[in-house]
Ligand binder design. Structure first.
Ligand code: MOS
Length: 748
């Protein structure tokens, strides 16, 4: 039953306010730390103060004797954990190396590694007792200097994970040597942190051999699976609950060591335990965007057509895991070019392992590529938009496939028009506002569109309401709201009659809430579950011996405005709830799964965008302000323009942080981030953010998935940092190639 009578008042596309907004404003939305568990005890961690070596001695006597302490766990008394290998590693984990095995031995792999956990009746007692644990170390063999570490070719496992050490086509180096115009430039970006407001926290509670975790996570199913493997249990023995997430941006994709520690502590204390990471601990416990150096060489004809593109990148990883990013991938498909070479290398340091953050890899690579394109435009004396149009990729050359949809040219045109780009005078330092130098810059944004199998259930209740469930997550983008709209739209019900629930492994399984895949994955599952419910209702309507549709073939019975009716007019509609009543049912439930099919063999899918920014640079102080930013995006169908716009505002602000403010200050002497707090790790505040203008170009990508949505999140951070860097060049004539663009770099 695929056909529905077209719904004149489609709920999809409406700017519905967040359905969970009132709960969040009232404080009744419960985040992981906020669950009231009887007898809850509290945990505090003790961390290594050296970057490499061994624990020589650990003395917990004073901690054990401190008031309120229930237990202290170290490598000397911790249970040996199986850490069973997973058959297939989840895509959010590094594909080679071993995750940190907590309290399994004396070895120290990084400064800040947990070496003990103290459980006490109150948090204050736990923190005090943790300060009494005395540890001595035999420090040895520390590798903490990025520049001194040898770049290594990523292992085979990385290639299998789609992040090869080398990729390309043609003879890029040969073509580069022959190109009439070329640029050869290096960029870098420091270690950056997710800096979500909600800290990571886990409440662990054992009931015999069953474990319940209230956890901050972007993927409850994977958290259950990973912890089950760590403890050598069946996956069904672990339940993970995570209804609200206060921002995560990638830090909640993996299941981190502190989740295991919470479970170990709860078992040792024989009580439910809450382990909440402090702000300082977040900087050493849940990953970060790795520092990455990039080298780009572009060759072009005088008419601007790219003849050669070489992109080499080198990131940092830990000594125990190989975290690789897709940094060089945008260079393989963003522009038409027959001669491309990319390479990717890693440097291993004594640090905790980096992880995906806010458009991982792509955002970094697009920063390099889009700055280099701007430098090429200057070398060619060509408008930077024109250069991009001349190299527009009509198909994905990396995959050798057409795009499932692509409205990038419309993005350039729309954003340029809204920005007023035609009024730009091209020469650097040629635009001023009083004493301030004005710069206008732009960049292309790309973010691959992916989709994973997802399941959902839809249950009709006698009051006519429908509860839709999927073990998805909502770290802020508005999953609760947009899924409510998809369900309402499919069922022809007003959104008030839908309740969407997520964040519990007891629900039908969902993929990771990351990589901007939630709408394309869970959205289609929700629509499929609602259609399955309709089909069941249609059968009820049809098989009624007497009733409005006695004898009608199922194919003729369709959903219509909250009920079931005939396909051909005149419609007779019988309300969903009336059907339940007729058949003496307390409820009716349907479950469905939606998965990608052969379309991935036929098409390459990506979100696209164009970002234009204005900067004001004070030549005396070196300060950069961004009075306005204009973005136009092709994200396929927009389910809710209000939350979609909010997503883009957030992404633009994150891009502004990347361009001007964010940097982890890594001290190679200690192997430690020195500004591990929100006073010194700078993120944009309201005063930094001025006018942000967001437009979605019309489109619906039904080649990619039935809903037509390409996924919207990370595309919005993409392109912002290079647009700002390019605008700073236009304002000042200075290329700052090392992020962030801080005043001292402009004054030097
Ligand atoms: Mo995103 S870095 O996939 O949460």
């Amino acid at each position: 039953m695929n056909a529905t009578i077209p719904n004149a008042n489609s709920v999809i596309g409406q700017p519905l306010s967040r359905v969970d907004g009132p709960d969040k404003v009232r404080g009744t939305a419960r985040y992981a730390a906020e669950f009231d568990i009887p007898d809850l005890a509290h945990a505090a961690l003790v961390h290594s103060t050296v970057a490499a070596g061994r624990i020589a001695a650990i003395d917990t006597a004073r901690a054990v004797a401190a008031p309120g302490v229930l237990c202290v766990v170290t490598h000397e008394n911790a249970p040996r954990l199986p850490y069973k290998e997973m058959k297939t590693r989840p895509p959010v984990d590094p594909q080679s190396g071993e995750q940190l095995h907590v309290f399994q031995g004396p070895d120290i792999l990084f400064n800040g590694q947990p070496v003990a956990v103290v459980v006490a009746r109150t948090l204050e007692q736990a923190e005090h007792a943790a300060s009494l644990v005395a540890v001595t170390y035999a420090a040895d063999g520390q590798a903490t200097d990025f520049d001194a570490a040898e770049p290594e070719r990523p292992a085979k496992a990385t290639e299998e994970g789609g992040r090869p050490a080398e990729a390309g086509r043609g003879d890029a180096d040969g073509a580069l040597a022959k190109a009439p115009v070329s640029v050869d430039v290096r960029y870098s970006q420091p270690r950056e942190f997710h800096a979500a407001i909600e800290p990571h926290v886990t409440i662990a509670e054992w009931d015999g051999d069953r474990l319940t975790l209230h956890d901050k996570t972007q993927w409850v199913d994977n958290a259950a699976n990973e912890i089950a493997h760590v403890f050598g249990m069946g996956k069904d023995a672990v339940r993970v609950i995570s209804p609200f997430v206060g921002g995560a941006f990638g830090s909640g994709l993996r299941t981190w060591p502190h989740v295991t520690i919470a479970a170990v502590a709860a078992r040792a204390a024989n009580r439910p335990v809450r382990l909440e990471l402090t702000r300082r601990e977040l900087f050493q416990s849940v990953g970060f965007r790795p520092r990455t150096d990039q080298h780009l060489m572009l060759g072009a004809d005088p008419d601007g057509r790219l003849r050669a593109l070489v992109h080499e990148a080198c990131g940092e990883t830990s000594v125990y895991e190989e975290y690789a990013e897709t940094t060089v991938k945008p260079s393989l498909s963003t522009y038409a070019c027959d001669e491309v070479r990319t390479s990717y290398r890693l440097r291993r340091l004594n640090t905790n392992t980096p992880c995906p953050m806010r458009g991982p890899g792509t955002v970094t690579g697009v920063f390099g590529l889009e700055c280099a394109m701007d430098e090429l435009a200057v070398a060619l004396a060509m408008d930077p938009v024109e250069l991009r149009l001349r190299n527009h990729a009509d198909r994905d050359q990396a995959k050798g496939l057409p795009w499932s949809s692509k409205e990038l040219k419309a993005c350039y045109a729309t954003a340029a028009e809204r920005f007023g780009w035609h009024r730009r005078s091209p020469a650097p330092r040629s635009m001023r506002d009083g004493d301030l130098l004005i710069g206008w810059g732009m960049a292309t944004a790309v973010y691959h569109a992916n989709r994973s199998a997802a399941s959902a259930s839809a249950t009709l209740h006698p009051d006519g309401s429908v509860v839709v469930r999927s073990a998805a997550s909502d770290m802020g983008p508005g999953t609760y709201t947009s899924m409510t709209q998809v369900a309402a739209d499919t069922l022809g019900l007003p959104p008030e009659r839908i309740r969407f629930e997520l964040g519990d492994t007891a629900m039908p399984s969902a993929p990771v809430h990351g990589g901007s895949i939630t709408m394309a994955s869970v959205g289609n599952a929700v629509a499929a579950a609602c259609r399955a419910l309709q089909a069941k209702l249609g059968e009820l309507a049809t098989c009624a011996r007497q009733g409005p549709f006695a004898g009608a073939p199922i194919a003729d019975v369709v959903a219509h405005d909250g009920g079931i009716g005939r396909r051909e007019p005149p419609y007779r509609v019988v309300a969903y709830e009336a059907l339940l009543k007729q058949h003496n049912l307390t409820h009716l439930e349907a479950t469905a799964t939606s998965a990608p099919g052969s379309e991935t063999d036929d098409y390459s899918s990506s979100a696209f965008g164009a970002v234009f920014v204005e900067v004001q640079v004070d030549p005396e102080l070196g300060t950069v302000r961004v009075p306005r930013m204009v973005g136009a995006y092709d994200v396929g169908r927009v389910v809710n323009p209000k939350v979609a716009r909010s997503q883009c505002l957030g992404g633009m602000v994150q891009g502004l942080g990347m361009a001007l403010l964010e940097q982890g200050e890594w001290d190679p002497r200690f192997g430690k981030v020195m500004n591990a707090n929100l006073a010194e790790y700078l993120v944009p505040v309201c005063a930094d953010v001025r006018e942000l203008d967001v437009t979605f170009v019309p489109g619906s990508d039904t080649n990619f998935n039935p809903l037509g949505a390409k996924g919207l999140a990370e595309i919005a951070i993409c392109g912002v940092a290079p647009a700002i860097a390019n605008a700073v060049f236009h304002a000042t004539g200075r290329r700052i190639r090392d992020l962030p663009i801080t005043p001292e770099k402009l004054l030097l």
